[in-house]
Design a protein around this ligand. Structure first.
Ligand code: UTP
Length: 471
């Protein structure tokens, strides 16, 4: 069967609508794009997600239970279980078993920034980009533990070239070039509300990134997983590109993950308020599951438990340690191991006259996988509690919650809190935010314990004033 016949048989013959008007090269480009489409998978996704309604609706919420987690003690340095985890984690880091992994293939439409999100400037004094902050955190850990820590970066076909160029221009922010491993995530065809593949222009179908869950198969298909294996790495520290507070190389977290024999571990943050827009760690039919705020009925989001706290308090903030073998197992099959979800989006398309139309409202459907859907199939998943102020303040929106302003304030608040812990006086508002800008370089310290000790050891302490940059 020819390619055209295959698409026609699958009810997708519209992709050839303008084929005869294309020149030879354009024809070949379209054909090579079409060859990558898995028509059987698409037929199933159309059946389940375009015509059948999302699976989330089928969940029996009365069966949901809160997921157990390891609570954060008031002083983790003094809690024996945490001290033991730290020791195990530090040994693993020193032994070179740990890599960092950021998923940076998203389109960041809510922020409305016209470049890869990792280039967005976030810090209060030096205006460092997200990528620079992460690079310095990794460099700092690699100096502390005397080991090289590879950093895997997942990009998409949209932002890959710009991302790589940014690292080249900035000399990889002091990291060794060979320790930064880029790969492009997979693509999925986008369809209209009738399940037909959208033509973006006469010679190209609309393909969109396959979601952060695409990182599992992307890592395997690109060879990044094999490269980590070659380097003896089995713990992958996973984080998102929008959160500069991330504690990337956290020995406590890595230690609990190893100690628990876990294939995929998570950090939870207690929700700040009942309807906070985060996923919820739940148990469902004995399996750990993340239920998105958009899928969980309000009464469950607000439900108060026997202890007077929110019953479903464990917010998922997309911070994980993933076992490399688990990535290879889940990402290695020909069929996707993770379910797809639908997202309704505005997708430019070619009109009947051949010109490109930019729609005002969502006209198409994109298929995405979510990384947390791997949790139900992970052996011994561990969840530990994290402190919000030291872990999580994402830049998602241009204004309001989770915006550049809230993130900057959270960085200043963290700096003030660490200084106070080190015995300094810092004027702050009742919310803990200092009224002036200051910033701590990750090369000085990436966590409170190290900050207090490094600050204590400083002979000439800088004055605590506006534009303070501790380095
Ligand atoms: P978000 O859910 O915030 O999506 O991604 P987004 O596409 O970046 O932003 P909006 O919704 O358009 O505003 C969470 C994390 O997952 C990554 C993002 O780069 C971010 O780190 N991601 C998301 C991918 O790597 N690939 C994807 O296909 C989607």
């Amino acid at each position: 069967m020819s390619l055209k016949e295959k698409f026609e048989a699958a009810g997708q013959g519209q992709v050839f609508e303008f084929f005869e008007s294309l020149d030879g090269e354009q024809k070949r480009a379209l054909e090579s794009q079409l060859e990558q489409v898995d028509l059987n998978e698409l037929e199933r996704l159309n059946r389940e997600l375009v015509f059948g309604g999302d699976k989330g609706a089928a969940m029996d919420f009365s069966k949901l239970k809160p997921a157990p987690y390891i609570p954060l003690p008031s002083d983790k340095t003094k809690a024996p279980e945490w001290a033991e985890a730290k020791k195990i984690g530090e040994e693993a880091i020193r032994a070179g078993r740990v890599a960092a992994f950021v998923v940076a293939g998203g389109q960041g439409t809510r922020l409305g920034f016209d470049a890869p999100k990792g280039l967005f400037k976030v810090t209060p004094v030096k205006h460092k980009s997200l990528f620079q902050v992460f690079a310095e955190k990794i460099l700092s850990a690699s100096r502390k533990y005397g080991v090289s820590i590879p950093w895997v970066i997942m990009t998409s076909h949209i932002n890959d070239a710009a991302t790589r160029a940014f690292f080249e221009e900035n000399n990889f922010f002091g990291l060794k070039k060979e320790d930064v491993i880029f790969f492009k995530q997979g693509l999925m065809p986008a369809v209209d509300t009738n399940g037909k593949i959208i033509l973006e222009n006469k010679g190209k179908i609309a393909m969109t990134p396959d979601g952060h869950g695409g990182c599992l198969r992307g890592m395997v298909r690109s060879g990044a997983a094999a490269e980590l294996k070659r380097r003896g790495i089995d713990c992958i520290s996973y984080f998102q590109v929008d959160n500069p507070l991330i504690n990337i190389i956290d020995p406590y977290f890595i230690g609990f993950h190893i100690k628990g024999g876990s294939e995929m571990s998570s950090k939870m943050i207690p929700k700040a308020y009942p309807l906070e827009k985060v996923g919820h760690f739940c148990m469902y039919d004995g399996k750990l599951t993340v239920v998105e705020y958009s899928d969980l009925p309000k009464e469950y989001q607000e439900k108060i438990g026997a202890n007077g706290r929110l019953e479903f308090i464990a917010g998922s903030v997309a911070i994980h340690v993933i076992d490399r073998n688990f990535v290879e197992r889940l990402g290695g099959g020909s069929e996707s191991a993770l379910p797809f979800h639908r997202a309704d989006k505005k997708i430019p398309y070619v009109g009947a006259d051949g010109s490109v139309v930019k729609p005002e409202k969502p006209n198409g459907i994109k298929f995405e996988m979510f990384v947390f859907d791997a949790l139900p199939v992970a052996a011994n998943p561990v969840i530990i509690e994290g402190a919000r102020g030291d872990e999580f303040s994402p830049v998602k929106n241009a204004e309001g919650v989770d915006s550049p302003l809230t993130c900057k304030n959270d960085q200043k608040k963290q700096a003030a809190r660490w200084l106070k812990r080190a015995g300094e006086k810092v004027e702050t508002n009742p919310g803990g935010v200092p009224g002036f800008d200051m910033e701590i370089s990750p090369l000085f310290a990436t966590n409170e314990e190290d900050f207090v000790s490094n600050w204590g050891a400083l002979k000439d302490k800088p004055k605590i004033e506006n534009k303070l940059y501790i380095q």
